[in-house]
Design a protein around this ligand. Structure first.
Ligand SMILES: Nc1ncnc2c1ncn2[C@@H]1O[C@H](COP(=O)(O)OP(=O)(O)OP(=O)(O)O)[C@@H](O)[C@H]1O
Ligand SMILES: [Mg+2]
Ligand SMILES: [Zn+2]
Length: 462
């Protein structure tokens, strides 16, 4: 499977707050802190600041973000720049592209398909033009520099936009920038940083604990006779800002490590080869197309919402929905252990199966072997390690209770799978019975998809 990049977008509707300084120096610090992490930076601005910092002397100059946005593979446009950072050269001609980026998911797709590894940092222009909106949508993490109340007021548009697109609040953070430590106020909010934090908290915005101080040394790094811009890492050692950038980079690495999979990996899933990448929509869309009935008992879930303990999805994403815990556990008991309600000790055995099922992901697919219809059932742990496999024949339903099992399994499969021979599978995930819908939230859904891509790969199905 191609890697998906982890995307960090730096955005603020206010100009001159330190976006580009943050984007470019974050790239340098990330690379310095983790040498083996590929870091790529690109800018939608036409200031060529990125280029002045990262270009090596005499590097060829054809190919830029313009070509990337026109669909050229991003990987082929990345140059290996200074300080180990890859960069895609800037372009002054991006305005003409706005009309083609009215769909906010366009960039997400381009980046998901790019196969770029590691971290991609996107520096944006100080407005919410279509490219900025695309960059916000693609982001795993959005950093919003704010330096005063005006920039704080401005960021509400960015936050509102990101939230409408189903991003979690946790993914967005303000960073007080250009903080002048010398300014002191009377009262509780003693300084600029505390004041900005109080303002952010009042509005419910997340604000990093770290801020970036205003420093004459940092300011001087952009004005050099050779036209180059030097990074804080190498040319502002010993300043407060140096330590602050290190902290920010560590914070980003921590978030990166905590993430099961980048956002792009569920926004765009690799479908069957001929279909290419398949978009995965926003939370409202994910929550929309759910099946109305429990696949197993057939009851309307709106009328029997209690006890929904499992979420299922087919590999082609055409069928998705919830199952009652008791319904699914009965099927597992019967299918995996041949246990039915008549079996001795059924109550206890069922508890054990239920307990196990809560920690596992179940993969079910039907196969035709010769003339025989078979069901392949596999259990995986949360890391995608296979724990159990069983193949059942559906040819002879048997008698009594077994018929019920057979029927329920058939119901499950025929209700969900698009048909034999398609290679389609069904994955069933345990969810929080108190609030099953939370599985569709950004983080949890990402985890669902991560494990699905691992297990379908392991089972040789993808
Ligand atoms: N910590 C800092 N201390 C002092 N000066 C800084 C600091 N960070 C940035 N600057 C200076 O502030 C100016 C604006 O910074 P920068 O270009 O990063 O902002 P920006 O938000 O990208 O601006 P624009 O909206 O125009 O793209 C630059 O001259 C930069 O050198
Ligand atoms: Mg800038
Ligand atoms: Zn049911």
């Amino acid at each position: 499977m191609k890697p998906y990049p982890y995307i960090i977008t730096i955005s603020s509707e206010k100009g001159g707050v330190g976006k580009t300084t943050l984007a470019s120096n974050l790239a340098v610090f990330l690379k310095a802190l983790r040498e083996n992490l590929p870091v790529t930076i690109l800018s939608f601005d036409n200031h060529f600041t990125i280029d002045r910092m990262f270009a090596r002397d005499g590097q060829r100059s054809e190919g830029s973000v313009l070509e990337m946005l026109e669909g050229e593979p991003a990987g082929s446009l990345v140059r290996s720049g200074q300080y180990g950072v890859g960069y895609i050269p800037s372009s002054a001609g991006l305005n003409a592209l706005h009309a083609r980026f009215t769909d906010p998911m366009t960039l997400t797709r381009l980046l998901a398909e790019s196969g770029l590894p590691g971290v991609v940092i996107i520096d944006t222009r100080p407005d919410l033009n279509p490219l900025t909106q695309n960059a916000l949508y693609a982001a795993d993490r959005v950093l919003i520099p704010v330096k005063d109340m005006a920039s704080m007021e401005n960021c509400k548009n960015i936050i509102a936009l990101a939230e409408r697109r189903g991003m979690e609040r946790e993914a967005l953070a303000l960073i007080p920038c250009l903080v002048d430590e010398r300014i002191k106020y009377e009262g509780d909010t003693r300084d600029q940083k505390t004041l900005l934090r109080a303002f952010a908290a009042e509005r419910g915005y997340r604000c990093l604990d770290i801020c970036i101080s205003k420093s004459p040394k940092v300011e001087s790094l952009t004005t050099n006779p050779d036209g180059k811009i030097y990074p804080i890492l190498t040319h502002a050692r010993g300043t407060e800002v140096h330590g602050q950038f290190r902290e920010i980079a560590l914070d980003v690495l921590k978030a990166l490590d905590a993430l099961p999979a980048p956002r792009a990996s569920f926004l765009y899933l690799p479908g069957p080869a001929e279909q290419g990448f398949r978009p995965m929509q926003d939370f409202p869309v994910r929550a929309e197309g759910l099946a109305e009935r429990c696949l197993i008992c057939g009851m309307l879930l709106a009328e029997h919402p209690e006890g929904r303990g499992f979420y299922y999805e087919t590999s082609d994403w055409t069928r998705r929905g919830f199952l009652h815990s008791s319904c699914f556990v009965d099927v597992l008991c019967a299918a995996l252990y041949g246990l039915t309600r008549d079996s001795q000790g059924y109550g206890i055995a069922r508890l054990v199966v239920a307990e196990k099922a809560r920690k596992q992901v179940t993969l079910i697919r039907s196969r035709r072997v010769g003339d025989s219809d078979r069901v392949d059932i596999r259990l995986f742990d949360a890391e995608g390690e296979q724990q159990f496999q069983k193949e059942l024949s559906l040819d002879e339903p048997g008698e009594g209770e077994a018929v019920g099992t057979y029927d329920r399994l058939m119901q499950l499969l025929s209700g969900a799978l698009p048909g034999e021979g398609t290679g389609a599978w069904l994955a069933v995930h345990p969810v929080d019975p108190e609030y099953p819908e939370s599985v569709l939230g950004e983080e949890q859904y990402r985890a669902v998809h991560h494990v699905q891509s691992v297990i379908s790969g392991a089972a040789g199905l993808s």
